[in-house]
Design a binder for this molecule. Structure first.
Ligand code: PLP
Length: 353
């Protein structure tokens, strides 16, 4: 039933068929098994490349920008994606510009203003949960000659397949929902065409940010239950979001399931579910920190997408984009009983009012 964990740095020459790797930095049978699954999930069976982390996948993708090329990024997205782009910009490797990616008109204006090498999208964005019109933005980006990238970590391929909406590359932090058990750090790219997939694989071989076979195996094991974990977690997220919207300690709830959320209609049209991350804003940063300390079932921890529910005040990170409010708590809803989750959160929120 299971692809074995292949632990070998080298392979006996002459004793192998054409598909067997020759060296462990170039390829590995357990990676291949995991890549096939992720590739199939994103609609490109041969398009996936596994990396040592989500950031290694992101770094390999940004490396596709020609020297001095302009990269368009969301105003707020995963903080280390921003830090990487800023570092590459300080080094003179590329240039960056930020735009409100939920505003398709603003994206269009930027794309016609000057040549853009890469359009970097996240949807839903981390942690503001804004919904990008991926199809419209991808069409605009490609028409402008840009490589269109979508970080699909929050949605997972079960909720949306950006390549079918016109993106060139999907990146994943497999660490999150795909692996799903807070025990693996892993990343992946999935490319829309063979040439791009080959360039990303070559980058991995040359730069050496290779995954471990055990991590690939654990991800395969996690992906088997992705659908049931996500179904449960996002059903609970909807219940919690609607109750939090009426909570006296909460000033704003961000979740695309809410009918008055700015991304609601777009998410309904584009996604097969609203996802299991909910962001809330409180009176101030102190209140958010106090909630993080008061919870007993929820775990105050970074990261997301595991079976355990976690929460974190994102602005505690120095590199969090300033567009993220100081009081914002990002909740990653896991698979625990929703009433237990509500009781714990409600009690923690009441204790700081
Ligand atoms: N993309 C998103 C949306 C993330 O939330 C993260 C990590 O939090 C990453 C990428 C980076 O992935 P990794 O931590 O696996 O390097």
């Amino acid at each position: 039933m299971n692809a074995p964990v292949t632990l070998s740095s080298t392979y006996v020459l002459g004793d192998v068929d054409a598909d067997t790797p020759v060296y462990g930095r170039v390829d590995n049978a357990t990676w291949q098994a995991c890549e096939e699954v992720i590739g199939r999930l994103e609609g490109r069976p041969d398009g996936a490349t596994l990396f040592a982390s989500g950031m290694a996948a992101i770094s390999a993708t940004m490396a596709q920008v020609p020297a001095g090329g302009l990269v368009v990024l969301p105003l707020a997205a995963y903080n280390t994606t921003h830090s990487l782009a800023d570092t590459l910009s300080e080094q003179g490797r590329l240039r960056t510009v930020r735009v409100d990616v939920a505003d398709t008109g603003a994206v269009q204006q930027l794309l016609v203003a000057e040549p853009v090498a890469m359009l970097w999208l996240e949807s839903p964005t981390n942690p503001l949960l804004e919904i990008v019109d991926v199809e419209a933005c991808a069409a605009l980006g490609r028409a402008a000659g840009a490589l269109v990238v979508v970080d699909n970590t929050f949605a997972t391929p079960l909720l949306q397949q950006p390549l079918s909406l016109g993106a060139d590359v999907v990146v994943h932090s497999v660490t999150k929902y795909l692996a799903g058990h807070s025990d693996v750090v892993l990343g992946a790219t999935v490319a829309a065409n063979a040439g791009l997939a080959e360039r990303l694989r070559r980058h991995r071989t040359l730069h050496g940010a290779i995954p471990g076979p055990w991590e690939a195996w654990l991800a395969l094991r996690g992906i088997r239950t992705l659908a049931v974990r996500l179904d449960r977690a996002q059903a609970s997220a909807e219940v919690l979001a609607s109750r939090l919207a009426d909570h006296p300690a909460v000033t704003r709830v961000r979740h695309p399931s809410l009918p008055d959320d700015p991304g609601h209609q777009r998410a309904r049209a584009q996604m097969r579910g609203f996802g299991a991350v909910v962001s809330i804003e409180l009176a101030d940063a102190d209140a958010a920190d106090a909630v993080s300390r008061a919870v007993r079932l929820w775990v105050a921890a970074t990261s997301l997408g595991g079976v355990e529910s976690t929460l974190e005040r994102r602005r505690r990170h120095a590199n969090e984009p300033v567009a993220v409010p100081e009081s914002l708590l990002r909740l990653s809803v896991g698979v625990e009983d929703v009433e237990d989750l509500w009781a714990d959160l409600d009690a923690a929120l009441r204790s700081v009012r």
